[in-house]
Design a protein around this ligand. Structure first.
Ligand code: ZN
Length: 427
């Protein structure tokens, strides 16, 4: 039995309503905004409860059907990762934000096509004990994940250096050589409950940048030269820190984030800008833009914090400096290819403190394709012909970047071919 003391329910519904609600939800997986919705057969999660007893805190997920869950823990920061098949999370906006026992907070979402993940920030060292699945009388499935507090030493022994889940870290099967093609992570900004900028016509940034990101992914994948992963492959909210984490855990060789800004007070401002990360913004405009984009987590009901711990030690600091050199190099190549085919802003390469550009070890750029507040930009952003032209030039810049980096590629088996986060872009 679940301990009932100090139980917090994060779901939308009370238990008595569960059975009917699950049926209703399972039958109503309508894609948002005309894009791909959650997979039709995905389990639906409608509640996530936390309760503590002794030194153990249990996270109980209420699901429409059983799922296979695997967990592992990682140090610095202390966290537990629960890998699941795709789950359609229908939790309240406050889900995951409440502290309870060993659990400081948790985030959840689509980690890759067909694969969902819950990342639990631990309040201190704790290990995940056996995950249990039970069925309620109403027909719902309860998946119970127990976190037991342990000493630091025991935690260190249990924690893994990197994602050990079979889909992300398994060595290639014998006879199959590791896929050493560069891995590019394409990040479509915003998504799900976070629409990003909104044009006067009602068009959302999240939809414009998704269409562009998908076209770019397809083009790159079609070349056969790269492995491609998208931080979201549909209209789904992904916290900023998770976008960074996806790229880092997959050992990406390049991260390209796609956005489209809006300045309603200045409809004459137009053109594309390429941003690289820096603690110091090029100018006030860049600083304000980064601040706006960094608010995406708040829009999505989560806040990943400042992420400063990601750059905690001096070694990472050095890596970051080297990586930012590569980012700037790529930004230069990108500018060279884009300027002839599209309108660029007055200062086309700028720096600012975007949260998604904080990977210490993945060269990262953020491209603001144009302004939704500019009539001419908005027209282009919605044109298929324009999109083909610009993605073609971006692909050329990426070819140039990796041609110049051939001798710098990562040693050993980077992210393997079968990684789920590297699934083909869905049609
Ligand atoms: Zn944006």
């Amino acid at each position: 039995m679940q301990p009932r003391a100090r139980t917090f329910r994060f779901g939308l519904l009370r238990p008595a309503l569960l059975a009917g609600a699950l049926l209703a939800l399972a039958g109503s997986l309508i894609p948002a905004s005309g894009q791909d919705g959650p997979a039709r057969n995905a389990a639906v999660a409608i509640a996530a409860d936390l309760a503590s007893q002794g030194g153990t805190t249990r996270l109980v997920l209420t699901l429409s059907k059983p799922v296979e869950a695997r967990a592992f823990v990682m140090e610095r920061p202390d966290r537990a990762v629960i890998d699941l098949p795709e789950v359609n999370f229908q939790l309240g906006a406050e889900a995951g934000r409440r502290r309870e026992g060993a659990v400081a907070s948790f985030r959840y979402g689509l980690f890759a096509p067909g694969r969902s993940r819950i990342v639990v920030d631990l309040a201190g060292p704790a290990v995940v004990e056996a995950i249990e699945t039970t069925r309620t009388r109403e027909g719902a499935t309860l998946v119970t994940i127990p976190f037991r507090r342990v000493e630091r030493d025991a935690f260190r022994k249990a924690s893994v250096a990197a994602d050990p889940s079979p889909s992300a870290a398994k060595a290639p099967p014998p006879g199959e050589a590791a896929d050493t093609r560069p891995l590019i992570v394409i990040d479509a900004g915003h998504g799900g409950i976070d629409p990003g900028a909104i044009a006067a016509t009602g068009v959302y940034e999240k939809d414009i940048v998704f269409a562009f990101a998908r076209a770019l992914s397809e083009r790159l994948e079609g070349s056969g030269r790269y492995r491609i992963a998208m931080t979201r492959d549909r209209d789904v909210f992904v916290p900023l820190a998770d976008r960074v984490r996806i790229a880092r855990e997959a050992k990406a060789d390049l991260f390209v984030s796609i956005h489209a800004d809006s300045i309603s007070a200045a409809p004459q401002v137009k053109g594309a800008t390429i941003y690289t990360g820096s603690e110091k913004a090029t100018d006030g405009e860049s600083a304000r833009l980064a601040e706006r984009e960094n608010r995406a987590d708040a829009a999505g009901g989560t806040d990943s914090g400042e992420g400063a711990s990601d750059v905690a030690d001096i070694l990472q600091e050095l890596t970051l400096r080297e990586t930012r050199g590569f980012s700037a190099g790529f930004a230069g190549k990108l500018m060279g290819q884009l300027a002839p085919v599209m309108e660029m802003s007055a200062k086309p390469h700028r720096e600012a403190g975007f949260k998604v550009l904080r990977s210490p070890d993945v060269p990262s750029v953020l491209v603001e394709l144009g302004y939704l507040s500019s009539k001419s930009d908005l027209e282009k952003l919605q044109s298929e012909e324009w999109r083909m032209r610009v993605t073609g030039s971006m692909a050329k810049a990426i070819d140039l970047f990796f041609a110049g980096r051939a001798t710098l590629s990562r040693p050993g088996p980077a992210a393997p071919r079968k990684a789920a986060s590297i699934a083909p872009v869905s049609p």
